[in-house]
Design a protein around this ligand. Structure first.
Ligand SMILES: Cc1cc2nc3c(=O)[nH]c(=O)nc-3n(C[C@H](O)[C@H](O)[C@H](O)COP(=O)(O)OP(=O)(O)OC[C@H]3O[C@@H](n4cnc5c(N)ncnc54)[C@H](O)[C@@H]3O)c2cc1C
Length: 283
């Protein structure tokens, strides 16, 4: 099977080099990777990872066929739960969110499919907000509710976070997964965003920008508005967590030992006092 690498209208002037119009064999993954690198001169030398995730309509349909809405409802918060991993395909229009919903209703009764469909509607909600209020994608919707002003937060993402070398074991594992695969489970995204905003006091925009450079489903609406929700600029309180929570929802692949995750250890009350010292103690 072959496909045209460049689908631009040939009658109009384009910036693509003539060789970009050559046909290529899509079954040769290494050749595709080499071609994409060649066509992306701005790609950072340090971004050397190629996700094992495969693109294409048939791959998306295989994943859809594996969807188990009932199991999703009871396990979706666990990192090894029955999540669909359909987001990159939905994001890039390979598969339509309405078709995904209809499939869920075909393979299970409405009650069992409810949780899955509810999550799909979050995507729709963020998209509608983006269309209605595009300025909210990069601006704080509201002030932080953390006892700090946005100027108290660093504008830049620290190097150790970009490198996955924070010294907090589970956080470094989530960072590696993000960089190497282009995908993170929703709960891992929440942990990582919470750590960056509240433990490291970095502006959510810096984290959101970084996520968008790595996520295969990277989408300004779902990503940035979720970051604002974690930061508390688009919710009434900050999202934070403790090591016990990470431990509860992580499989055995994630290091949640207390000695390797010291900054995350403690009760919610103790962490609240440490992270948000200007607020009244948590009741
Ligand atoms: C900080 C942060 C950043 C995020 N960035 C993105 C992003 O750039 N692109 C993106 O598509 N999602 C983003 N999400 C939402 C969510 O994490 C992913 O959609 C989900 O993890 C994708 O995995 P899945 O396909 O296995 O989801 P499933 O749990 O199987 O859900 C099915 C589909 O529903 C949609 N969906 C599920 N949960 C959400 C949600 N909370 N918000 C919006 N849509 C949802 C997705 O299209 C997903 O593919 C972000 C969440 C957080 C907390």
């Amino acid at each position: 099977m072959v496909f045209m690498v460049n689908l631009l209208d040939r009658t109009r002037p384009t910036v693509a080099e003539p060789q970009a119009l050559e046909r290529m064999d899509v079954s040769d993954r290494r050749a595709i990777v080499a071609r994409v690198r060649k066509l992306s001169p701005g790609l950072s030398d340090s971004d050397v990872f190629v996700s094992s995730l495969r693109g294409g309509r048939s791959e998306a349909q295989n994943r859809l066929a594996g969807l188990k809405p009932r199991e999703y409802g009871s396990t979706r918060n666990h990192l090894d739960g029955a999540v669909s991993r359909l987001s990159p395909y939905i994001r890039h229009g390979v598969i339509n969110a309405a078709d995904v919903r209809d499939h869920a209703l075909d393979v299970s009764d409405a009650k069992a499919a409810e949780k899955f469909i509810q999550q799909l509607t979050w995507r729709d909600y963020w998209q509608r907000l983006y269309k209605e209020f595009p300025q909210n994608i990069w601006q704080d919707v509201e002030p932080y509710k953390t006892g700090f002003a946005s100027t108290d937060y660093s504008r830049d993402l620290p190097r150790d976070i970009m490198d996955g070398a924070t010294g907090v074991a589970c956080i470094d594992q989530f960072i590696s997964e993000l960089i190497e695969t282009g995908y993170l489970h929703n709960h891992a995204r929440l942990y990582l965003a919470g750590y960056i905003c509240h433990w490291r006091r970095v502006q959510w925009q810096a984290g959101a920008r970084w996520f968008l450079t790595h996520l295969l489903d990277g989408d300004p609406a779902s990503n940035n508005l979720s970051w604002q929700w974690v930061a508390s600029t688009f919710s009434h309180k900050p999202y934070y967590f403790n090591l016990e929570n990470v431990s509860k929802f992580s499989g055995s692949n994630i290091d949640t030992s207390a000695e390797n995750n010291v900054p995350l250890s403690g009760s919610y009350e103790a962490l609240y006092a440490r992270l948000f010292p200007n607020l009244d103690p948590r009741q």
